[in-house]
Structures are given as structure tokens and as C-alpha cells.
Write a protein that binds this ligand. Structure first.
Ligand SMILES: [Zn+2]
Length: 198
């Protein structure tokens, strides 16, 4: 049995998705073959426009669709708070809780010695500059409650220990070993209002 070449190409691309192995990719590929040309066109258009329509804020790295970042406003600066998160997606989970109105800083990853992600991969210079420029008073660390999240939180605190800023970490209600992805909105909201200095 040999699939036609183009089908093999589609299967290869689908395997780029996290958690999608050969069998799942085959299933999705065969499903796509049943789609109407107009649905296929919508899918390709939407994907093609990603680089033009979705941008990263040059300051906080949030995912934005316009040039002015809605998360880097003067109003948010004036709260004195900056929330450090691992991924762009976490920002939306936190915004949904309605418990936080300060600035954000997307790290883009967590320290992971096992995966070879060392401190050099996590640039803290921009975070340092923002804390100083806006005279911020609190760094709220909202990282996963995992080994990597803990290591990264400690690293940030140590690296920025010379600044006169308080560090707090959301912990209340976030179960040990859990990722923000899997925490429901209510739990995350309680985690924010119950954040503690660390
Ligand atoms: Zn921004």
C-alpha cells in the first residue's frame, strides 16, 4: 500500500501539530479530502494570513492584531504591576478572569535543563528595562506550578533581586504540577486574588 504523494505531503505537515502522530495525521488528511473546495479555500486563506494579521507586540510579546498594543497602555503602566507569563495564550486566560489590569511580559518559554533550555533562552533585559522605565512596584509571576515553572520563577527573582520591586506568585488554588492551560477560569481568578509574596 502506498498513498499518493500529495496525500503523504499533507500527512507530513499535519504531524507538525503537537500530539498528532502518524495515525491521527492520516485520519485528518482523509477528512480533508472530503472538504468542499470553498472550505479548503477558507482554511488556506486563514492560515496564509497569519503573518499579516497576527503580530507580536515588540514590548510585551503579546499576540495582537493592531499596531497599538492594548496591553501596553499608560493606564496599565500606572497600576505598577507586571505579570510574567510563559506563553502568549496564558494572557487570554488571565484577561478572562477580570482579576488583573496591569502589564504583561511573555517569556516565550520556561527554563528546562532536561530539554536544554538554559537561562540564555530567557531574556530578562527587556523585563528589567520595563520595570525601571515605568517605575513598577510588583512583578506577578504566573507560571505553571511545575519543576520548570518553579525554576524559572526563582531565576527571575534572583536575576532582578537588585531592583526595588516586590515579587508575588499566583499559587493559591493552582494544583502542584499543573499547567495554566488546564486550570479553569474560576480557579485562576482565585489564584490571582490570592497571590502571595515570594
Ligand atoms: Zn504590548
Amino acid at each position: 500500500m502506498k498513498y499518493p504523494n500529495h496525500l503523504l505531503q499533507i500527512i507530513d505537515v499535519l504531524k507538525f501539530f503537537p500530539g498528532v502522530g502518524g495515525k491521527t495525521a492520516e485520519r485528518y488528511a482523509f477528512d480533508l479530502l472530503e472538504w468542499s473546495p470553498s472550505h479548503l479555500e477558507r482554511l488556506t486563506q486563514a492560515i496564509k494570513e497569519i503573518p499579516n494579521k497576527l503580530k507580536s507586540c515588540s514590548e510585551c510579546s503579546a499576540l495582537i492584531s493592531e499596531t497599538d498594543c492594548p496591553y501596553c497602555t499608560e493606564e496599565r503602566q500606572s497600576t505598577g504591576n507586571i505579570c510574567v507569563i510563559a506563553s502568549k495564550r496564558d494572557l487570554f486566560s488571565i484577561e478572562q478572569t477580570g482579576e488583573y489590569d496591569g502589564l504583561y511580559h511573555v517569556l516565550g518559554g520556561l527554563l528546562s535543563p532536561l530539554e536544554g533550555i538554559g537561562p540564555e533562552a530567557i531574556a530578562l533585559q527587556l523585563l528589567r528595562d520595563r520595570i525601571l522605565n515605568y517605575r513598577l512596584s510588583e512583578v506577578v509571576i504566573a507560571l505553571d506550578s511545575t519543576l520548570e515553572g518553579d525554576a524559572t520563577a526563582l531565576y527571575i527573582k534572583e536575576e532582578l533581586s537588585d531592583l526595588s520591586v516586590n515579587f508575588s506568585r499566583i499559587a493559591f488554588g493552582v494544583p502542584m504540577g499543573s499547567s495554566l492551560d488546564y486550570v479553569d477560569g474560576g480557579t485562576l481568578a482565585r489564584a490571582f486574588s490570592g497571590r502571595r509574596q515570594f
